[in-house]
Structures are given as C-alpha cells and as structure tokens.
Design a protein around this ligand. Sequence first.
Ligand code: PHE
Length: 452
Amino acid sequence: MSEQAQTARAHWSGRWAFFLVTVGSAVGLGNIWKFPYMTGSNGGSAFVLVYLCCILGIGVPLLMAESMLGRRGQGSPVGSMRVLADEAGASRLWQVIGYIGIVGAFIILSFYSVVAGWVLDYTWQAAEGFKALPKEAFAEAFGALLASPGRLIFWHTVFMAMSALVVLGGVTGGIERANKIMMPALFGILVFLVGYGAVAADLPAAWRFLFHFDPSAINRGVLFAAMGHAFFTLSLGMGAIITYGSYLERDVSIPRTGLAIAGADTLVALLAGLAIFSIVFAQGLEPAAGPGLILQTLPLAFSQMPGGHAVGLLFFVLVVFAAWTSAISLIEPGVSLLSERFGMARRPAVLALCAGVWLLGIAVALSFNDWSGFTLFGLGLFDLLDTLTTKIMMPLAGLLIALFVGWAMKRAHVYDEIRMGSRVFVLWFNVVRYVSPVAIVIIFLNIIGVIG
Ligand code: PHE
C-alpha cells in the first residue's frame, strides 16, 4: 500500500504508462468543458490557431522541463527542487516552485471537483434521458443545480471519494491502472462521437468553425486567453508533471514523450470541439454560450436529436473519465510531499489531503448559493480561487521553472536528462531560457492589468 514510504521509489511500468497517465492528467475538464466554450466565445478558428502556437511554443518546452525536473529530482515537487537546487549550487529558495505547485493543486482540485460534480449530476440526468423542453428550461435547470447546496455538495463528495480511491491504490496499482482503463475508453468514445457528428450531425460546419482560419478575428484578448489555457490544459506549474516525472525511468526519451503527450492532449481538445460543435450546429444552437455550453446547450441538443439518449450518456461518461484522471494527478503531488516530509503512509496522506480539499470544496459549492454574498476584489470564491491559481500561480510557477532550468541548473545536467540531437537541444534550451520567461511575463502583466 505505502509504496512511497518504502525506500525504493515507485516507477511506472514503462514509457507507455507514463504517456497514458500524463495524458490522463492533461486531458480533463480543460479539454472538454473549457476549450470548446473558450473557442466558441473567442472567434472559433482564430483562438484555435493561437492556442496551437502557444502549445508548441511554450507548452511543450515547459512540459519537457517539468518532466525533467521530476525525473532528475526523484522526489515530491518540493523534494525534487531541493535536490536539484543543491546539485546546481543554487539557493534552496527554489523549493518555492514545489510549494506553489502543491498549494495550487490543492486549490484547483477544490473547485475542479465541484465542476466535476456538476458533470456527475448531468451524467445521472443523461442516464435517465433529457426531456424535450424549451430552451429556457435548460438554463433554468442548470441554475437550479447551482442554487442547490445539497446537490452540489453531494456530487462533490462523490467525486472526491472516487478520486481518493484511485490514489489510495498507489502509483502503479491505482493511478496507472485507472488510466489504462479510462484513457483508451475515453478515446474510443470520442472517436465514436465525432463519427456520430459526421453521420448524423453537422461535422462540416464544426470543421469550418474550428479550422477556417480568419486572421482578422485575432486580438489581444484571444492571445492571452489562449496562452493561459495552454498552461491549464497541459497541467503545467502545479507539481503534477514533476511528480509523474519522478516515477519515470531513465531510459525514456523526455522530448519524444513530451511531444506525444501535448499532441494527444491537443487532439482530444480538437476532437471534443468537433463532436460538440457538430451537434450544436446541427440543432441550430449558439456556439458562444460560454461555460454553460456543455451543460445547457448540449443537453438541449441531446433532447432533440436522433439517438440523443445514448449519445448524451456516452458524452457525459467521457467528461467524467477526463475529469477523474486529472483529479488524481492533482492529489498525488501533495501525497508525495506528505510521505516524503512526514514519513506518512499513503493511506493517511491521501485521506488527510482529500479531507482538506473536500472542506474547501464545500465552501466553493456554497459560494454559488448561500454564501454568494461573500466576495473579494469583486469575485465570488469560485472565481477568486480560479483566478488565483490559473492566472497567477500557474504562470508564476512556469516562469520560475523556466528560469531555474534555463539559468540556475548546470547546462550539462540539463543536457544529460534531455539528450536530443544537439541542434534541437540548443533550440529547446534557448526557448526555455528566453522565449518562455518573456512570454510569461507579458501574459502576467496583461493579467494583472499593467498592459492591455
Ligand atoms: N489539465 C487538466 C485539464 O485540462 C487540469 C489540470 C491542471 C490537472 C493542473 C492537473 C494540474 O482539465
């Protein structure tokens, strides 16, 4: 049970396992809930193009950097950073990267789980079948869910329990096993849904919406939204990739796997977009519905279209799998720190961490109803935590990681872990040294309102 408490560090069973678990972390609500509605609200193809550039230009290099830190550090995000700072003769203050990640993951999970709870509630409704009602009824139904503390807390609790259960099983027996079942199933369902879009809905319209490039629609807002989302969707800066990397064997190529992971994550987002917009356009509905896209617009479509009952259920099961495999990657970094620092066995570490997240999540659930009067900087708790993590902590951690790898670590050590053709290495290294920090600082200044 307590693999971590033993001296030998757990390892994935191979490169395929690392690929699957990391794709499991990356593919989540970000791909199937956020990406489609952000695309819908940010001009379709313009957003997609900028997003692809951000993934390739900032996301992949940082994903490689993070996996490398974990594999070389062989510890929790904090422990790894300490080892690496010592190795580089740099200040131990660099451990702050690990702390930002672990605290950030804790906070993200508290609201991620509440949103995943909405999805569980809708999965339940989808199993019964959405009744054909006028459009307004679907908006009201979502509003009623948000207004019900009991329902929100119930499903949040279920989701936290499901996630804790997997992590209790350990690195290979729990996390790896769950991903080996859920990720192929997720991909199969997604391909089926796109096939459905081609046969029974409006795939060409969805294709045009996502890929008919219109440069005039690109503006600064699109650029910043896409950069921020690239961080979130690749699980960067939150200790998840460092932790998963720490269970990685030396013989796996980080550049190749990193590229494959980012490619798979992007493919899933695009396929989800195609499936969702095929259905939305076939029913003559609005693509720019915002966060309610999959919870208001899609159920309306499911209630009207042929085979909507089965397709609706499959869709929500897909979203549950995506959220579940991401949530476990938000738990493991904290668990690895608790066992490393306090010698805690896996079971008490998982239970303590999840109980804390669960409590914060209850406050998040209540922020939609009973406690909606509580705001700070004009934001309710949900938006406050979302802003704090995805707009501040993630870019900050990303910046520090780029600076540490690019400037503090010994180049020979970095090369030793990354080992690619020397020209490609130089390219990657310079991106991490110069391009990533500059880009992140620019996003950051925009976010805090200094520019833009
Ligand atoms: N990448 C996940 C998603 O797209 C979210 C996540 C962020 C998971 C950070 C782990 C760490 O939903």
